[in-house]
Design a protein around this ligand. Structure first.
Ligand code: ATP
Ligand code: MG
Length: 259
């Protein structure tokens, strides 16, 4: 299988982008897939949640944006996650400003990942919650976007912002084939009436673009990052971990069907 690059994105904050990136990566790895996680968020949460100390990074995403030959030396391995990771920390905030002066500034991540993508089945990019040049770099490098969302009142607003961004990128011809691979309902509570109602609307509106697997609100998923572990490694039998294993299977099937 050729490498699929998937950006995990939603311009709304706190919807489970990072939790989804790390746990999906660990789940795909447990299915025997070679996976690279790219932490494109200066908060560095995906880095920490993979068990890598973000303050001790010798090289990271910052470096590869300006020197694509540094990718190989910047790749670290998450032992518990069983995937590779390009980490980040607050220094990435500076990249945002420096990138503005670069030629082909939207293409930097894509060019860097091109040098290693042959080694992987999946590259998952954790995006920041804002629409910055970093986020754009992720969307330009990606084949697909996976959108985590919480079933609450303003959920659809965040999605329409994201769809507008995707359409702009497609129109600009920088990445005309960018598509949403699916939306995933996170922190889902099937007993909550509002959750149920919004979820029903999503099913109607997005149909097959909505993953059937839902991710429940689960304390183990929230606890895991403080131990530097993906939920899958922290408590494999928890409902949260099991749901990400299901999501990985559903994603893999969907991708296979497309190729
Ligand atoms: P940001 O926009 O700041 O990058 P995010 O979209 O990456 O946020 P996360 O950091 O993954 O979101 O999740 C936000 C918070 O919710 C975190 O504290 C996380 O541990 C918790 N969380 C995420 N998913 C779940 C879940 N299924 N059950 C319980 N807690 C969760
Ligand atoms: Mg995040």
């Amino acid at each position: 299988m050729s490498c699929r690059i998937i950006a995990i994105a939603n311009q709304k904050g706190g919807v489970g982008k990072t939790t989804t990136t790390v746990n999906l990566a660990a789940s795909l790895a447990r299915m025997g897939k070679d996976v690279l996680v790219v932490d494109l968020d200066p908060q560095g949460n995906a880095t920490t949640g993979s068990g890598v100390d973000k303050n001790q990074l010798e090289f990271g995403v910052y470096d590869i944006l300006f020197d694509e030959s540094s990718v190989k030396k910047a790749i670290l391995h998450s032992k518990e996650g069983q995937f590779d990771i390009l980490g980040s920390n607050r220094s990435l905030v500076g990249a945002e400003i420096e990138l503005v002066q670069e030629l082909a500034r939207e293409m930097k991540l894509k060019l860097a990942l091109n040098t290693v993508k042959d080694k992987y089945d999946y590259i998952l990019i954790d995006s920041p919650p804002t629409l910055t040049l970093l986020t754009i770099n992720g969307l330009v490098a990606a084949d697909f976007i996976l959108v985590p969302m919480v079933c609450e009142y303003y959920a659809l607003e965040g999605i329409s912002d994201l769809i507008a961004t995707i359409n702009k990128i497609k129109k600009s011809k920088i990445n005309p084939s960018l598509e949403i691979i699916g939306l995933v309902r996170t922190m889902f509570d099937s007993r909550n009436n509002l959750s149920k109602e919004v979820s029903g609307q999503l099913e109607e509106y997005f149909e097959s673009d909505l993953f059937k697997t839902t991710i429940p609100r689960n304390i183990k998923l929230a606890e895991a990052p403080s131990h530097g572990l993906p939920g899958i490694a922290y408590d494999k039998n928890s409902k949260g971990a099991q749901s990400y294993l299901d999501l990985a299977k559903e994603l893999n099937k969907k991708i296979k069907k497309l190729s």
